[in-house]
Ligand binder design. Structure first.
Ligand SMILES: Nc1ncnc2c1ncn2[C@@H]1O[C@H](COP(=O)(O)OP(=O)(O)OP(=O)(O)O)[C@@H](O)[C@H]1O
Length: 264
C-alpha cells in the first residue's frame, strides 16, 4: 500500500483514498504543487442524467504557498477540493497534485481519534518504520509548527475545536504531507480559534523545510489577508485566479456591482 494515498476518514481510521483516475500531467512541473486543466465533474441524477457541477476548471498553485478557494454557496468549492484530494474522480480533465496530500475535515472529531495529542499526531507514523526518537522528533516539530507544543500530553477531549484542528494539521505535517487541502475549517470556531488555525496553517507553510502547500476553502473575504494567492469560483467555473490582493479587489467590485443592481 502506498502510504501517500492514505487519508483519515470519518470512521476514525486511516483508509485508502480513492485513486485519481484522471489523466495525470506527464511533466509534473517543478515548483507546482497543484495543477488542473479543464476539470469537469457531474453527479448522476435520480433519472440517471448527468448534472454538471464543475465546468472546465483550470488552476495552478505553486509549491510552498498558502492559497484560498472562494465563491458563493453551491458554486462547487468542496467538490473541486474533493477532486484534488482524490476523494472524487473528475469526469474529464487532467490533474496533478503533489503527494503526500491530506484532506482536513471541517469537523475535527472526524480526524482526531487518539486519547492524547502526542498519540494522535504519532498515529499515522506507524507505517514509516521509524525509531521511537524519530517519531518523537517528528511529533514535536509538527506540534511546534501549529503552535501546540505545550499541549503534547493533553487529552484531546479537553481541547477546543480550533486546537483539535491544529492537532489534525500536525498529524498531516508529521507524515511529511506536501499538500494540505482544508474545507472551511473555521466555520464553527470562535474568532480566536479561527485566527489560531489560520495562523497555524500559514506558519506550517512558511516554516516547514518540506515545502508544504495549503489550499483553504473559505467564505470569509477577510481571511484573504493571510493568503498568497486565491481562486474565485462561480457556478461551477473558475472565474478568477491570482494573487490574494487582486482577487479580493475583484470580489469586492463584484459584490458592490451586485448590490447596486439589486438597489436600482
Ligand atoms: N452528492 C451530490 N449529489 C448531487 N449534487 C450534489 C452532491 N454534492 C454536491 N452537490 C451539488 O453540487 C453543487 C456544488 O456543491 P459544493 O458542495 O461543491 O459547493 P460549495 O461551493 O462547496 O458550497 P458551500 O459553500 O455551500 O459549501 C451544489 O449545487 C450541490 O447541491
Amino acid at each position: 500500500m502506498n502510504a501517500h494515498s492514505l487519508a483519515r476518514f470519518p470512521n476514525g481510521v486511516y483508509s485508502r483514498a480513492a485513486p485519481i483516475r484522471s489523466q495525470q500531467s506527464k511533466e509534473n512541473s517543478i515548483g507546482v504543487a497543484i495543477e488542473g486543466h479543464n476539470l469537469n465533474f457531474s453527479f448522476a441524477s435520480r433519472q440517471a442524467k448527468a448534472v454538471p457541477i464543475l465546468r472546465d476548471c483550470s488552476l495552478r498553485i505553486p509549491c510552498g504557498q498558502f492559497w484560498m478557494l472562494l465563491g458563493p454557496n453551491g458554486c462547487g468549492k468542496s467538490t473541486l477540493l474533493k477532486i484534488l484530494a482524490g476523494l472524487l474522480n473528475p469526469t474529464s480533465g487532467t490533474l496533478y497534485v503533489k503527494v503526500p496530500k491530506t484532506f482536513v475535515f471541517q469537523n475535527p472529531d472526524h480526524q482526531v481519534v487518539m486519547p492524547t495529542v502526542e498519540a494522535d499526531v504519532a498515529f499515522g507514523l506507524g507505517k514509516f518504520n521509524l525509531t521511537r526518537d524519530e517519531v518523537r522528533s517528528r511529533v514535536s516539530r509538527a506540534l511546534q509548527a501549529v503552535g501546540m507544543s505545550e499541549y503534547m500530553q493533553r487529552s484531546v477531549q479537553t481541547l477546543s475545536g480550533g486546537q483539535k484542528q491544529r492537532v489534525a494539521i500536525a498529524g498531516a505535517l508529521a507524515e511529511a504531507c506536501k499538500v494540505l487541502l482544508m474545507d472551511e475549517l473555521t466555520t464553527f470556531l470562535d474568532e480566536s480559534d479561527q485566527v489560531g488555525v489560520i495562523k497555524a496553517v500559514r506558519n506550517s507553510v512558511y516554516t516547514s523545510s518540506a515545502d508544504v502547500t495549503a489550499l483553504w476553502v473559505t467564505h470569509r473575504l477577510e481571511e484573504l489577508e493571510y493568503a498568497d494567492g486565491a481562486i474565485y469560483m462561480e457556478d461551477g467555473k473558475v472565474v478568477k485566479h491570482g494573487d490574494a490582493t487582486s482577487i479580493r479587489s475583484f470580489i469586492e467590485a463584484r459584490q458592490s456591482a451586485y448590490i447596486k443592481q439589486i438597489n436600482s
